[in-house]
Design a protein around this ligand. Structure first.
Ligand SMILES: O=C(O)CCC(=O)C(=O)O
Ligand SMILES: [Fe+2]
Length: 355
């Protein structure tokens, strides 16, 4: 990435440096089809990302949210700033987290408690649309977590779901990202590369692309937008719970170029309660298999992660030595042209922010 200096309204937003690539062949899984559990597990073992169809979220809910969120982002900047007081939650513009990450976007980051959005000051129609959508997307998260447990062969099909949707004090969030077309340059970072920290993320966007994922061989590839589908990605906590069987996928967003429609995405993040112990599920461990990570609680992870940058290797401090050796072997065998930190030997032990 190369930093550019542009007028202060943009500040210094890095460019994304990557050759043009064909759209990713994202695994597509019909959530209600027989065999969905095995397909989900395959996708999570592979790229760590899949497209979910037949997910049950009514199109009207997503469209209502899209139009109300669009109206919110069209408000004068000073009106939107009134919603930015409850950091890290609320409205944000161009800065992501407290540690210097910037992107060509504005967003609302909201905490979900008992299915309700914790943001009483939002315009009531937006809040209502967010709540309805959140209830529906949580149900998708529940179904996906059950399919994951089944696909992993866990006897207790509720083992993952219980950590997120059934747990008191679980760490669920909804984020609405708005990426206006960027008039000053192309390939401008919308949302810098990162992995999502939680257990799962469920994303929906409008018809404007920009999302890219990193394949296992280190290549960055664009994901074609599809407003009728939901995209699920494995988060860091799930990578640990499965002792690396499921892979937390690196992803990023490139801002739309001048003249293009804005990108609007809504992401549900399903994380556990602060006291939840995060360690490989004993039932998954084969005889003699060693944990790749030292045990931590979700609260410890978040605390460490808040101190770091978006693209940092946040699981690093929790990896045990054999995990680092395996990662070096994998990374040094890749060959590609994209600039990316993930194909370097693992960085020193520090972690990225949880946002
Ligand atoms: O806006 C997007 O499409 C993805 C954003 C993202 O990765 C995130 O909010 O964690
Ligand atoms: Fe993300």
């Amino acid at each position: 990435m190369v930093a550019i200096t542009v007028p202060c309204t943009i500040d210094q937003i890095p460019l994304v440096k990557c050759p043009k690539a064909a759209n990713a062949a994202v695994p597509t899984i019909d959530l209600s089809a027989p065999g969905a559990a095995a397909a989900v597990a395959d996708a999570c073992r592979g790229v760590g990302f899949f497209r979910a169809t037949n997910h049950g979220v009514p199109a009207a809910l997503a469209e209502a949210l899209e139009s109300r969120a669009g109206a919110f982002f069209a408000l004068p900047h000073k009106d939107k700033l009134e919603h930015s007081s409850a950091r890290p939650f609320g409205y944000g513009s161009k800065t992501i987290g407290p540690n210097g990450d910037v992107g060509w976007l504005e967003y609302l980051l909201l905490s979900v408690g008992s299915s309700t959005i914790q943001a009483s000051s939002l315009p009531p129609s937006l809040r209502a649309a967010l709540e309805e959508y959140t209830v529906a997307v949580r149900a998708v998260g529940t179904r996906v977590l059950e399919l994951m447990a089944e696909g992993l062969g866990l006897a207790d099909r509720s083992a993952l779901r219980r950590m997120v949707v059934d747990a008191t004090g679980s760490d669920e969030m909804v984020r609405v990202n708005h990426y206006p077309a960027c008039p000053l340059a192309s390939s401008v970072t919308g949302f810098g590369e990162h992995t999502d920290p939680q257990i799962i993320s469920v994303l929906r966007s409008n018809r404007t692309g920009g999302l890219q994922i990193m394949l296992r061989d280190g290549r960055w590839v664009p994901v074609a937008p599809d407003p009728d589908s939901l995209f699920v990605n494995v988060g860091d906590a799930l990578q640990v719970l499965t002792n690396g069987r499921f892979r937390s996928v690196k992803h990023r967003v490139v801002a739309p170029e001048a003249g293009k429609q804005s990108r609007l995405s809504v992401i549900y993040f399903g994380g556990p309660a602060a006291t939840q112990r995060i360690a490989p599920l004993p039932e998954l461990m084969r005889d003699g298999e060693q944990s790749l990570y030292r045990e931590f609680t979700w609260g410890e992870y978040k605390k460490a992660a808040y101190k770091t940058r978006l693209g940092d290797h946040r699981l690093g401090p929790f990896e045990l030595p054999q995990a680092v050796t395996a990662a070096v072997k994998e990374n040094t065998s890749t060959d590609h042209n994209c600039s990316s930190k993930a194909v370097q030997p693992p960085p020193p032990p520090h972690v990225a922010q949880v946002y």
